[in-house]
Design a protein around this ligand. Structure first.
Ligand code: GLY
Length: 370
């Protein structure tokens, strides 16, 4: 059983197909997007070792010629060096614009491959086959592609929509529990930002999602993708409403910057703590009720995710340093702080011109060094 969620972008519209057993059907599903029966598959060593042989067999069974481009796992691959390496290997394969590139892996592989596809010979088609929960519910959908630079994450990139996203729920069976929880932070985000009914459903069914119970997992991924697809279709280039998808990300990015973007704090864990902080900051500013902030915090904590800075390795953090990271966030316009804040559970909004002093005071109240 699978279901398709359309991303309605006119000439650039595509489907996100969600279900079990999709890797085995990859050949027949991807073949229509190749013009010459050939595709380069960019993946990392971990994903390729686990799923590469089955994926290759499925593609070859449909008559496709597969050219693997395997990169090192980890955020450091999402760099100018990583981009140069992938681009050079695609050139060595003599891929042209009639060929196809496939991103097969998590967010790092998807973002890097998507950006390489966006600029390779001024743009080549690509498909996303995400293998982590985070990539399935967030990064593979919506066409944001990027690499990191020493100045920060995702600072150089392009909007380049895939032709198809294949989200095989079976691929999540090899994910660690920690990676599942990190992806779940982006799932709960959809409930918190715009669907109170989904938030309540997650309060009741979150443990089943984390345990990978098939029906619960399928609903959580599908509802997340539906919400993302709807927002992206309305605001592809993040001129307005798409920014809501950054709920928890301004606080989260500051914490990631302080912890070095590594294993100490995964992106999803930072976003989890960031969402709890965003709700509590909203309550501190009188924008939402303390009860709603507590309920958001409790739901995130129930998933085993951090909600307070003292749960994060390296705490206590310096309030001024955190605010400086926030001011450098790419969402900051003309030096003013932009946050996604909440009016209530299921209703977030974009707050521009947030007072940095108020943020600093809040962080000190939350345990940061003043
Ligand atoms: N991950 C946020 C977005 O795609 O807009």
């Amino acid at each position: 059983m699978s279901r398709s969620v359309p991303v309605g972008l006119g000439a650039r519209a595509y489907d996100v197909v969600i279900g079990k057993g999709l890797l085995a059907q990859a050949g027949e599903r991807i073949a229509p997007f190749t013009r010459r029966g050939r595709l380069a598959v960019v993946s990392d060593e971990t994903v390729w070792a686990l799923h590469g042989p089955a994926f290759t067999a499925a593609l070859e069974a449909a008559g496709l010629a597969v050219c693997p481009v395997i990169v090192s796992p980890g955020e450091q691959t999402k760099s100018f060096e990583g981009l140069a390496d992938v681009s050079d290997r695609l050139l060595a394969l003599e891929l042209d614009r009639g060929d196809l590139v496939c991103a097969f892996g998590g967010g790092v592989v998807g973002d890097l491959t998507g950006f390489a596809a966006a600029i390779y010979k001024r743009g080549i088609d690509f498909v996303q086959v995400p293998t982590t929960l985070l990539a399935q519910v967030d990064s593979s959908v919506g066409g944001k592609t990027a690499i990191d630079t020493p100045r920060g994450k995702n600072l150089v990139g392009a909007f380049h929509q895939p032709k198809l996203v294949l989200a095989d729920l079976d691929a999540l069976s090899t994910l660690s529990d920690r990676e599942m929880r990190a992806g779940y932070a982006e799932v709960i985000k959809y409930g918190l930002l715009g669907d109170f009914g989904f938030f309540e459903w997650l309060e009741a069914n979150g443990q089943a999602v984390l345990a990978r119970a098939p029906a619960a997992l399928a609903h959580a991924v599908a509802r997340s993708v539906e919400m993302k697809a709807e927002i992206v279709a309305e605001d592809e280039k993040e001129q307005g409403r798409r920014a809501l998808l950054n709920l928890g990300h301004t606080f989260g990015h500051a914490l990631e910057a302080e912890t070095g973007y590594g294993e100490a704090l995964l992106h999803g864990e930072a976003v989890a703590a960031g969402q709890a902080l965003a709700f509590r900051f909203s309550a501190a500013q009188g924008l939402c009720s303390a009860q709603d902030a507590e309920r958001a915090t409790a739901a995130i904590a129930a998933a085993g995710l951090p909600t307070r800075m003292d749960e994060i390795p390296g705490a206590p953090f310096d309030a001024d340093r955190l605010v400086r990271h926030m001011a450098q966030d790419k969402k900051a316009e003309a030096g003013q702080l932009t946050f996604i804040l909440a009016r209530k559970l299921g209703e977030a909004f974009v707050a521009k011109d947030v007072d940095a002093h108020a943020v600093r005071r809040f962080l000190v109240d939350e345990g940061a060094l003043g």
